[in-house]
Design a protein around this ligand. Structure first.
Ligand SMILES: C[S@@+](CC[C@H](N)C(=O)[O-])C[C@H]1O[C@@H](n2cnc3c(N)ncnc32)[C@H](O)[C@@H]1O
Length: 143
């Protein structure tokens, strides 16, 4: 795992409540999803990616093929949405952020780990999130 994966795992652990339902967007080969699964064995984890991973198995992970721009889930499904090293790939970032907001439960959390985002892109995404998340507070890039 890379430093960003450890940072995201740490952020997940920082929450005072355990997330029952977690969505990992852009899961790739699922290696990080499996690390989340091992750390949070009682959570129900869904992993989505535009491409199907080669090997992917765990009792509490469901893999779904799909794209962030059109997430195949009903609204307000997840307590926590994570996405690592994926956002800079998304073709329609506005749509992706809107979709995350749609599938997130009220009082849910989003953790975006993407050090490959350029600063202007991070600022734009934070702006979009602030519009969506009424009352959301972002103090720095990491947050
Ligand atoms: C560098 S990999 C990151 C994999 C994993 N999250 C990790 O941290 O190891 C980026 C992944 O994002 C996925 N991806 C790119 N655009 C996407 C989109 N629009 N919707 C969903 N997944 C997407 C790619 O297919 C790829 O598997």
């Amino acid at each position: 795992m890379r430093a960003i994966h450890h940072a995201v795992l740490n952020e997940i652990s920082c929450s005072s409540t355990i997330s029952q339902t977690i969505l990992d967007i852009g899961c790739g080969d699922g290696a990080f999803t499996q690390a989340v699964s091992a750390a949070f064995p009682h959570s129900d984890i869904t992993a989505v990616d535009t491409s199907v991973p080669k090997s992917f198995s765990s009792d509490n992970i469901t893999f779904v093929k799909g794209s962030v721009e059109q997430l195949p889930f009903v609204s307000e499904s997840f307590d926590l949405v994570i996405t690592v090293l994926s956002l800079h790939h998304w073709k329609e970032k506005n749509k992706g952020i809107s979709e995350i907001y749609r599938v997130l439960k009220k009082d849910g959390r989003i953790i975006i780990g993407d050090p490959l985002l350029e600063d202007w892109m991070s600022n734009r995404i934070l702006g979009l999130l602030m519009q969506k998340l009424d009352g959301g507070i972002f103090t720095d890039k990491k947050e």
